[in-house]
Design a protein around this ligand. Structure first.
Ligand SMILES: CCCCCCCCCCCCCC(=O)CSCCNC(=O)CCNC(=O)[C@H](O)C(C)(C)COP(=O)(O)OP(=O)(O)OC[C@H]1O[C@@H](n2cnc3c(N)ncnc32)[C@H](O)[C@@H]1OP(=O)(O)O
Ligand SMILES: CN(C)Cc1n[nH]c2ccc(-c3ccc(F)cc3OCCn3ccnc3)cc12
Length: 387
């Protein structure tokens, strides 16, 4: 059978699919002299553009391209619907560069037909902090698929990142490419069971009535623990708690400053929710849950247009079990009218799936590192969540 060649990826500093990796480190070492000074060449009908997320019309252009053309599930029933406010949050962390918010426009119509983004991040790999970029929101308009535009977008963002003397990246994808550093599963916890059945997200088991299925997934109205939204005063102790907790994972971010932590965890309506428990005496954060709001368009359903999904972000439990902490996150999600709570099997998440009645999803999420080889990790060794 034809060996599955990767015309583009086989030219990149990433391990080959069947490489056995024993040690960790960069795959190639280049210097600024090696980096191409001018942008990659696009087909004549197209031009490069930098999107400015501070301009609502340009932010809206990114939103619309993704709303119509971004990731769908394998059965094309749902498509992610990242909101403009969410994209601004995701694309403008401390230290972001507008030059890494790269679009492709049609010269004639000025229509945005392609996008790719990078944001700065310090990622610890087996304890070693590495300055990287996180690559996300790669998208080519449906009408321009399979014309090799993606490799051009990837090479261009690589070039611009290299010009800033950064040589590694982290990214995730639902597709298998050379070469996953980890392959993770996603799990779902029903909140609005009836709606999930109506939209075909979940199925009513044979011989079970809707009433008993709704009862099975019932969630309390009150939390078990006194958790409340993170405040600015909580940030120093929350950062210490987070960095301590994340340092035990083989791949995890390092939140270098209080500003970073406040950006990523300040509660933003309809974007990100973070609740903490603070010790009365020490005034320090001891436990925290967080989840982000990522709805999906329900493609072609008569009764419902949107699936309201909460995605587990970073959770730390020290005075309670992770199961009780996430149990309270489900209470918060229910109160905020979510339909479903989604979770990867990263961190120690697989310890609560059964007790909290999660059901396994139908696909994988692959984690990747660019220009950095390291032995394959188990999901439970991953302490990184990309949006
Ligand atoms: C040091 C800094 C380094 C920074 C850069 C680091 C690397 C960052 C890498 C990016 C990380 C993004 C992470 C991220 O955003 C999260 S993953 C979500 C990606 N976006 C979507 O799935 C949206 C819907 N799909 C599309 O828009 C298109 O199908 C895309 C644009 C995905 C591919 O457009 P297309 O019209 O369908 O295809 P061609 O243009 O003809 O190109 C075909 C080539 O593209 C390879 N391909 C397909 N999907 C890919 C994917 N998700 N990552 C990487 N490569 C992907 C494919 O294997 C093939 O290469 P090969 O022939 O070698 O196999
Ligand atoms: C991570 N970030 C890069 C977005 C992204 N890209 N590709 C993906 C493939 C799966 C998941 C995912 C991650 C966690 C989860 F609980 C469910 C998921 O997808 C369900 C299937 N689906 C896809 C679209 N609508 C529904 C995210 C992504």
């Amino acid at each position: 059978k034809k060996p599955r060649g990767h015309e583009f990826w086989d030219t990149q500093p990433v391990p080959k699919i069947d490489d056995k990796i024993v040690e960790s480190g960069p795959i190639e070492n280049k210097t600024l002299e090696d980096v191409r000074k001018e942008p990659l060449t696009l087909p004549p009908a197209f031009e490069w553009i930098e999107l400015d997320c501070n301009k609502s019309d340009e932010l809206k252009e990114i939103y619309t391209l993704l709303y119509e053309n971004y990731v769908e599930d394998d059965d094309n029933m749902f498509r992610f619907d990242y909101s403009p406010e969410f994209l601004k949050w995701a694309l403008q962390p401390p230290g972001f560069l507008k030059e890494w918010h790269i679009g492709v426009r049609v010269v004639e119509s000025k229509k945005l037909v392609g996008f790719i983004s990078g944001i700065p991040a310090t990622i610890r790999v087996e304890g070693k902090p590495i300055t990287m970029v996180e690559i996300n929101f790669l998208c080519v308009h449906k009408k321009l698929r399979e014309k090799r535009l993606a490799p051009v977008l990837i090479k261009e963002v690589t070039r611009r990142v290299n010009l800033r003397n950064i040589w590694q990246a982290a990214y995730t994808a639902g597709v298998v490419l050379p070469k996953p550093v980890a392959i993770c599963k996603y799990w779902h916890r029903s909140i609005k069971q009836q709606k999930l059945v109506e939209v075909g997200f979940s199925a009513l088991p044979p011989k079970m009535s809707m009433a008993s299925m709704v009862k099975l997934y019932r969630i309390n109205d009150e939390m078990k623990h006194p958790l409340r939204p993170l405040t600015k005063e909580d940030v120093p102790s929350f950062r210490a708690l987070l960095d301590e907790y994340l340092s035990k994972y083989k791949i995890a971010p390092e939140f270098a400053t209080d500003e970073d932590v406040w950006h990523w965890f300040e509660t933003r309506k309809d974007v990100i929710t973070c609740y903490v428990k603070v010790d009365e005496t020490t005034k320090k954060v001891t436990d925290a849950f967080s989840f982000y709001n990522l709805p999906s368009t329900i493609i072609g359903n008569a009764k419902h247009n949107t699936l309201k999904a909460a995605f587990s972000f970073y959770n730390v439990a020290t005075t309670m079990s992770l199961t009780e902490l996430v149990g309270d996150a489900l209470v918060a999600a229910k109160k905020m009218d979510y339909d479903v709570y989604n979770c990867l099997d990263v961190f120690e998440n697989s310890t609560f799936f059964k007790d909290l009645k999660f059901a396994i999803g139908d696909g994988d999420l692959q984690y990747y590192l660019y220009n950095y080889s390291t032995p394959t990790k188990k999901s439970s060794e991953i302490g990184l969540v990309l949006l």
